[in-house]
Design a binder for this molecule. Structure first.
Ligand code: FAD
Length: 286
């Protein structure tokens, strides 16, 4: 099916991008990898007058890490580039794993992490990992810059905190606390390429006070973190009992729907199962 007609723009700097969005924001769509955008354009669900290709902007290709600031992932960095990064594999394990479960190598060679969060699908694979890692989103427009926590970025199905004229320059991920363990589990219909029926990321750290974070995708209108889980591990009792309690809290807090991939009841059940599995893994409990 042919795409609707549009003008193709290719700014070379973030300043030029901000100015282009200030002028055409209401009629424009950003194009990073295009793996979400082209699908909805082909299906005529969106008909932008302008498609703004951001892959030529050198500044957005930043993939950097330092001891103090942590990881910076620019908006034009592909998932394949992220997966190939040793620092991501060694220090941001949940994110590395989540990126590797998204689609297949052909898609990952084009798709970006920033495109994954800006698309704001409830099933976005990289979102739970970014949530447990306390990532921040750097947002730029012609009026300046603002930085918000990723947990304030998702506003609904396909809706984000971005205002007209704004774009995401980068996602920043602080270094996890010393000795932290993290992981991501994706449950799908097949072992091959498919969106998650349920995705769960977990992080545990014991630096002074015990931190336990659980975040999920495909179980609510947005990817979400369940902050109540943390309190469970501050109390007494056996680790097994705490894990069971945490899983029942997760099941209480989510609101999955039935769709082509799974029924609501099955998602509720699997969210509990996967939460227990991931907590056992990262807490080292059998
Ligand atoms: C066959 C197939 C399989 C897939 N499998 C998965 C999967 O398993 N898991 C999963 O989570 N996703 C999956 N996806 C969806 C998609 O590949 C991912 O969401 C991908 O990360 C999107 O990145 P992109 O760079 O291609 O985004 P694009 O399509 O370029 O952009 C997505 C949206 O974000 C906006 N946008 C992009 N960059 C910015 C920015 N810097 N600032 C503001 N807005 C921006 C665009 O305008 C568009 O609305 C799949 C897609 C296909 C086609």
């Amino acid at each position: 099916m042919p795409l609707p007609k549009f003008d193709y723009l290719r700014p070379q700097t973030t300043e030029e991008l901000a100015a282009t969005l200030a002028e055409h924001g209401a009629d424009a769509k950003l194009f990073a990898g295009g793996t979400d955008l082209i699908v909805v354009m082909r299906d005529k669900l969106v008909r932008p007058k302008y498609v703004i290709d951001i892959k030529g902007i050198e500044e957005l290709r930043e993939l950097s890490w330092d001891e103090r600031r942590g990881l910076t992932i620019g908006a034009a960095v592909t998932l394949s580039e992220l997966i190939a990064s040793e620092v991501v594999r060694e220090r941001f394990g949940a994110l590395w794993k989540a990126a590797g479960t998204l689609a297949d190598p052909t898609i990952r060679n084009r798709a970006t992490l920033v495109g994954n969060i800006c698309n704001a699908s409830p099933a976005a694979d990289t979102a739970p990992a970014l949530l447990v890692l306390w990532a921040e989103v750097e947002i730029v427009s012609a009026n300046g810059k603002r930085v918000i926590p990723i947990r304030e970025f998702f506003k609904g199905v396909k809706r984000t905190a971005l205002e007209q004229g704004e774009f995401v320059r980068a996602v920043r991920v602080p270094n996890p606390p010393e000795g932290a363990k993290e992981d991501y589990l994706k449950w799908g219909r097949t072992r091959g390429e498919d969106l998650a029926v349920v995705g769960v990321a977990g992080l545990v750290a014991n630096s002074g006070k015990k931190l336990v974070r659980i975040a999920l995708s495909s179980v609510a209108p947005t990817p979400l973190i369940v902050p109540e889980v943390e309190g469970v591990f501050k109390g007494g009792g056996s680790v097994e009992g705490q894990i069971d309690k945490a899983a029942s809290i997760v099941v209480e807090k989510i609101s999955p729907i039935s769709d082509v991939r799974a029924g609501k009841e099955y998602r509720l059940h699997m969210a509990g199962v996967l939460t227990k599995q991931i907590l056992k893994r990262i807490l080292g409990a059998s």
